[in-house]
Design a protein. Structure first.
Length: 160
């Protein structure tokens, strides 16, 4: 039951973190399909942006560290006091949020709502609706989830 509650709260908090993307989509450019990123980087007002690889790497590190910092207390609160229990708990938590991100945030909201479009790319409907791109990001999220869950479980194993 506690995992279900944590997953629901996690999805809610994840949504709240992404709300600013509607107000300033350029800050979240690394999460956009590659063709959109290239089009944005070609616009004169965005020439000083960091490279796509650097932005994606920074985003992955921030996301990973956030889930680690949040994951240790979540596992402890749920009584997951050994490596295997902590890994399982954390991976399910991460996977639920990853699935939520793909189906609700990406497919139902991001691909359809024009307020997530960067100025100068508003007419790139097909590029924003690149469902396969979002699925590839989901797959990368599965790998990141394994890494994060292993780190959280190792920390729990050391302190538990």
């Amino acid at each position: 039951m506690i995992l279900t509650i944590q997953c629901l709260v996690g999805c809610l908090l994840f949504t709240l973190v992404l709300i600013p993307a509607a107000k300033s989509p350029i800050k979240y450019l690394s999460m956009y399909p590659d063709k959109v990123q290239r089009a944005v980087r070609d616009l004169p007002q965005y020439h000083n942006l960091p490279s796509a690889k650097k932005s994606k790497a920074i985003s992955a590190v921030i996301q990973g560290l956030t889930f680690i910092v949040v994951g240790v207390p979540l596992c402890l609160l749920a009584g997951r006091d050994n490596f295997f229990k902590a890994f399982t708990h954390m991976y399910i938590f991460f996977l639920v949020i990853n699935i939520y991100d793909l189906l609700i945030i990406d497919y139902l909201i991001f691909c359809r709502k024009k307020q997530f479009r960067t100025v100068g790319t508003e007419n790139m409907d097909n590029e924003y609706k690149d469902y396969f791109y979002h699925f590839k990001v989901f797959i990368r999220g599965i790998v990141l989830g394994i890494i994060v869950s292993l780190v959280v479980a190792a920390i729990i194993g050391l302190i538990g």
